[in-house]
Design a protein around this ligand. Structure first.
Ligand code: HEM
Length: 146
């Protein structure tokens, strides 16, 4: 029973984390045209800060903790056979976590008046979490049982 509650909690916080990873690049696109130091920039900086503190960072931590607890249960650190899907998944989740870190660092630069990325680059950046989500879910739902 405990394992199923871990998995339920894991999927719930995966959804929260993905929602935050879709929203932050979008917020960067909205703050991009704002004049550095303007009231509009300050308003988006506040919104991005709240998104980081209330949704993104807590969800990242809960997804990892519950995911690793289930991984331990499946023998991830005991060399259990047949976990290729989980190893591949973890590699992609590390990339997703890197994306999280990169986008958060960009949001702090934008809040400080910098615009290191163009709007076109931000739109491309916004596609990354969706692509990773598709492959991760196929790994854990299809490849795992193939
Ligand atoms: C952060 C590190 C993560 C770890 C260590 C991890 C590990 C796991 C493990 C061990 C399971 C249980 C598999 C089972 O018993 O059925 C699981 C389930 C699942 N994970 Fe993750 N996961 C992580 C992140 C993610 C992410 C980022 C996503 C989606 C983007 C995701 C989506 C899922 C889904 C949909 C399931 C349920 C699969 C099913 O019920 O068949 N996980 N995860």
């Amino acid at each position: 029973m405990t394992y199923l509650w871990l998995k339920a909690g894991h999927i719930i916080f995966v959804v929260f984390w993905m929602a935050g990873l879709f929203m932050l690049p979008r917020q960067l696109i909205y703050v991009h045209p704002a004049a550095p130091g303007s009231e509009e920039e300050a308003l988006w900086a506040k919104r991005m800060g709240l998104l980081r503190k209330i949704i993104l960072t807590p969800s990242l931590i809960v997804v990892w903790v519950l995911g690793l607890l289930m991984g331990i249960e499946l023998g991830l650190f005991a060399g259990a056979p047949g976990l290729g899907w989980l190893h591949a998944k973890l590699l992609l989740v590390l990339v997703l976590t890197g994306f999280h870190g990169f986008t958060v660092s960009q949001s702090k630069k934008f809040a400080g008046g910098e615009r290191p990325l163009s709007e076109k680059q931000l739109r491309m950046l916004g596609e990354v979490p969706g692509l990773l989500l598709v492959v991760i879910v196929i790994l854990v739902v299809v490849v795992r049982y193939a």
